[in-house]
Ligand binder design. Structure first.
Ligand SMILES: [Zn+2]
Length: 277
């Protein structure tokens, strides 16, 4: 059984000066590919599903149970994590299913309400042996709004962690969500300052927009959990497109989804090795 606690895997990565790749699942093939890539690299990983992806499926349980089964069968440690939940009821569902980690995203709530709600989520998750990631500061709009000016202040992050009891904190240091070009410039000095001020591992969202060598620099500066979604979707979809274009008579979904799964596994293996350093 390779289902792992986020805190165990993150702490080990942080102590080793490594980054932990966390990859978003949309369908079963993604989960299979991510675990295959992590196994090929011989490294732990995080399978995560976002509230948006849950909404796409209409429910958490079918995709969530598949992730848990795939994690349990893996021969490396695999964290099963709920990404960007704004709905506390969805957090409770994930914990009941056996997810080992949840992210509560109260970043759009007023500060005091975010603190109180996040603290409550952390208590419930810890009661079940699960970890909690939460967010302070905005990381940029999902609708492609680039927000390079948004930054987390180290003292705010330290207060947020101390007052909520969370296990990992997502901070805004220059990346934004859903970038399809890898041109983001991270504030490495700010990462180092937050790392100094905060007791728990730091999480980088919007990492798809960050080029390879800059990701390594971010890890060296103090980032540990590195969330990658859009970049991997690009790999997956490119392989589907190539398979369909190469054979206009193709009808079996296994032919193009299989090609996409293989391409995604190779890219995950490459990224996991890159982040491990
Ligand atoms: Zn995110």
């Amino acid at each position: 059984m390779a289902r792992a606690a986020l805190t165990d895997v993150l702490t080990a990565a942080q102590q080793a000066g490594s980054g932990l790749g966390a990859f978003n699942v949309i369908q079963v093939e993604h989960a299979e590919a991510i675990v295959a890539g992590a196994e090929a690299a011989g490294r732990p990983t995080v399978l995560q599903v976002s509230e948006n992806a849950v909404r796409y499926h209409g429910a958490l349980a079918p995709v969530g149970r598949a992730m848990l089964e795939i994690a349990d069968a893996a021969d490396v440690p695999v964290v099963v994590h709920l990404d960007h939940a704004t709905d506390v009821a969805l957090v409770e569902q994930a914990l009941a299913l056996g997810f080992t980690s949840v992210m509560f995203d109260g970043s759009t709530l007023p500060v005091e309400e975010n603190l109180a709600t996040t603290r409550g989520v952390a208590e419930r998750a810890h009661d079940q042996g699960a970890s909690v990631e939460a967010e302070i500061g905005e990381i940029g709009g999902k609708d492609g709004v680039h927000a390079p000016g948004v930054r987390t202040r180290p003292e705010d992050a330290a207060r947020f962690v101390a007052e909520t009891g969370i296990d990992a904190v997502a901070v805004a240091v220059g990346s934004s969500h859903a970038m399809t070009t890898r041109t983001a410039q991270l504030d490495l000095d700010l990462i180092a300052a937050i790392r100094e001020a905060v007791a728990v591992p730091l999480v980088l969202h919007g990492s798809s927009g960050v080029p390879d060598d800059h990701l390594r620099e971010a890890v060296r500066a103090g980032m540990t959990k590195i969330n990658i979604s859009t970049h991997l979707n690009g790999t997956f979809t490119r392989a589907v497109r190539e398979a369909l274009a190469a054979d206009p008579a193709l009808v079996d979904p296994r032919k193009y989804l299989g090609a996409a799964r293989t391409a995604t596994a190779h890219e995950v293996e490459r990224l996991v090795r890159l982040l491990a350093g």
